[in-house]
Write a protein that binds this ligand. Structure first.
Ligand code: NAD
Length: 463
């Protein structure tokens, strides 16, 4: 799902580009429009800085802790659109991640090699070199920190590229963390394509850690193949929520609704399809539609707003397109199904019923405030439908009997499965999509090791 890039600002003569407030559609700031040919110097300086940084484990923890105290929420809401409370929650998660990796900062020490025989050797974990971190616009800070915190903690340097839709909060975060870092250890670059493509394929980059859409992820992997750099890809999702026969619909409806609509549905592991037993289907549709009708939609900076705008124009057009196609395919719009008549990128929270299972709003990733609710006959049918997708990020099962729900969750083909909630992650857990949803493992110690290479020393006990 690659997005059209924001236009260069004529106001600023092509060297900076305009950043829009999605709640008004108006430009409110601009950011440097860096050219791909600047990357040789940026990556060269990151390589130079790495020589000192890799040898200084103590400095890593200090720098990550300094960044954890930055207050950037209003700016994040302004450029991303999310309600202020969600921006504060994103900042809190960012800070928690920085603190978590600060504690891991010295990295795993030497490890003995054990294979049942005496092996006179040990594994020493070494950093890789300059890392390219490329992130999307839905959680700019949280996703940036998920990449640069483990990479820096492991002793690498980082060149970070945010989306051109959300460059500002990231620049501010990096300016804060940089006060505690040696120069060029963490650099942010902003601009239009092919900036990201050139960064991903730069011969000086030893690891590309990318979060974004599947098509861009494929392009990144192709680009990085030129230098055989390591690639970690966290890509899109089309998570299903399966409701079981014994589910208490009213009890779970709030949780289910917000698992689909938080951040205006722009969450890689949002609930993107609901499967309800045929007997309960109309109750589920009704419970979700009631919440969609009463959710407070408005600018993220307004107190009381629960759902902000879609982040950008191309994404809004995509959401509209999925809904229009579903309706043409025979779906019924239970509520929503239209833009709001006001400036900005607002779309009414939408519940769809009677959607054919092969309509793109079911088979692809809508990434917006639109949710199809599908009935199922047998449980096998529901599990098969949930797994019948090229994606494999997450999935959830909802019911009263937790053992039974757990047994169904076991059958989901994805990286993370939840019972009676969705999309909650621990900092210490591995996070890895399967199929088109990703390559490599992020999170916890796995995220740290993803930024390290084993170096093995064998030696005799005596000379
Ligand atoms: P996108 O793929 O269009 O862009 C992501 C980033 O890549 C941006 O910084 C963009 O400027 C850059 N980019 C664009 N073309 C590039 C190229 N050829 N080479 C290198 N970089 C390039 O994605 P988006 O629309 O910004 O974000 C939405 C997508 O991200 C959704 O599919 C969502 O599911 C996914 N996502 C996944 C996760 C996860 O953890 N799995 C988390 C958040 C978002």
């Amino acid at each position: 799902m690659p997005t059209t890039q924001p236009r260069r600002s004529s106001r600023t003569g092509g060297e900076r580009f305009a950043v829009r407030d999605p709640a008004t559609g108006e430009t409110f700031e601009d950011a440097p429009d860096q050219r791909p040919d600047e990357l040789d110097a940026v990556v060269g300086r990151a390589e130079e800085a790495w020589r000192g940084w890799r040898a200084d484990p103590a400095a890593r923890a200090t720098a990550l802790l300094a960044a954890a105290d930055a207050d950037i929420a209003p700016l994040l809401t302004r450029e991303q659109g999310k309600p202020l409370a969600e921006s504060y929650a994103e900042i809190a998660r960012t800070a928690a991640r920085l603190r978590y990796f600060a504690e891991l900062a010295p990295g795993p020490g030497p490890q003995p090699i054990m294979d049942g025989r005496p092996v006179r050797g040990e594994i020493r974990w070494r950093p890789l070199g300059p890392v390219a971190a490329i992130v999307p616009w839905n959680f700019p800070l949280q996703l940036a920190s998920a990449k640069f915190a483990p990479a820096l903690a492991a002793g690498n340097t980082v060149v970070l590229k945010p989306s051109p839709f959300t460059p500002l909060a990231t620049r501010l975060l990096v300016s804060v963390v940089s006060t505690a870092l040696p120069e060029d250890v963490l650099t942010v670059v902003t601009g239009h394509e092919p900036l990201g493509a050139r960064l991903a394929s730069h011969p000086g980059i030893r690891h590309v850690t990318f979060t974004g859409s599947v098509p861009t992820g494929r392009a990144v992997a192709r680009g990085a193949a030129a230098s055989l750099g390591r690639v970690t890809l966290e890509l899109g999702g089309n998570d299903a929520a399966i409701l079981l026969e014994d589910v208490d619909v009213e009890r779970i409806a709030d949780r289910l609704f917000w698992a689909a609509f938080r951040n205006c549905g722009q969450v890689c592991m949002a609930v993107k399809r609901v499967y309800a037993p045929a007997r309960l289907h109309s109750d589920v549709v009704e419970a979700l539609a009631r919440r969609a009708k009463t959710a407070v939609v408005g600018p993220g900076l307004d107190p009381g707003t629960q759902l902000g705008p879609v982040n950008n124009g191309p994404q809004l057009a995509r959401v509209e397109g999925y809904t229009a196609r579903a309706v043409a395919d025979g779906a019924r719009v239970v509520t929503g199904g239209h833009r709001l008549d006001r400036p900005g990128h607002f779309y009414a929270p939408t519940i769809l019923a009677d959607v054919p299972p092969d309509s793109p709003v079911v088979t692809e990733e809508q990434f917006g405030p639109v949710l199809p609710v599908l009935p199922y006959g047998s449980l096998d049918e529901a599990v098969e439908a949930a797994n019948d997708t090229g994606f494999g990020l997450g999935g959830s099962v909802w019911g009263t009997d937790l053992d039974r729900a757990g047994a169904v969750a076991d059958r989901l083909e994805c990286g993370t499965a939840w019972i009676n909630h969705h999309a909650e992650l621990s900092l210490a857990q591995p996070f890895a999509g399967i199929k088109d949803s990703g390559v490599g493992v992020a999170g916890g110690l796995w995220g740290l090791y993803g930024n390290l290479r084993p170096f093995v020393v064998h030696r005799p006990e005596a000379a």
